[in-house]
Design a protein around this ligand. Sequence first.
Ligand code: IPE
Ligand code: IPE
Ligand code: MG
Length: 229
Amino acid sequence: MIKQPLKNLAIIMDGNGRWANRRGLNRTKGHEKGAEIIRDVTTYCAKHPSIETVTFYAFSTENWKRPKLEVEFLMKLLDRYLKDELETYQKNNVQFKAIGNMNAFSTKLQKRILLTEEATKHNKDLIHILALNYGGRAEITDAVNRLIAEGKTVLEESDISSALQTPYSDVDLLIRTSGEERVSNYLLWQMSYAELYFTETLWPDFTNSELDEIISDFEQRTRRFGGLS
Ligand code: IPE
Ligand code: IPE
Ligand code: MG
């Protein structure tokens, strides 16, 4: 049987708070540990022969509803993460890209994001995307508004696909950790024929060996796209 090649991987990293609570720690400790897992998974994906992009859900348009202190911590963590990760991106030939509405972030953080994108733009082994203040509905709405502003009155699906922020229009595999089985406004357009994988593992406990098993499972699946196998 021919193996299904995995090109575009998307991950909903969930369960940081529960991981910390179970250890009697502050939720912020779960986010810190979670950031380390992103680094491991990115390095794995950069070495993988078929993966071209990996898109991590780091902050949703709905996550502003969380306590102010947690939101502030996440913003600081993100700035620190990008500063520290530049070396990992360069060493592993990884291009960094952010999707979402960055206008809501501090000028310092926006600069850090742009600087990291600029510094890694020629790296070719993997595109590592962080979804930040991202919502699938907002992304589609923005794309349509942009096309209207360009003077389009009737849209083709391909117009919308190419106006999205992601460099791809189809996710092949979506993994969500922590046992929750929902998509929480993530990559709604891109997910139309994605294979879904839900694991009970909390994000801070996620390992590359579990990822390896999930990818093997994906490679065995038959994708029909509405046709017959
Ligand atoms: C995911 O972990 C990280 C973000 C949403 C930023 P959570 O913070 O949602 O962790 P749980 O779901 O409360 O355990
Ligand atoms: C989804 O996780 C968003 C991110 C992982 C960034 P949430 O924990 O915010 O999702 P819900 O609220 O459980 O659906
Ligand atoms: Mg959660």
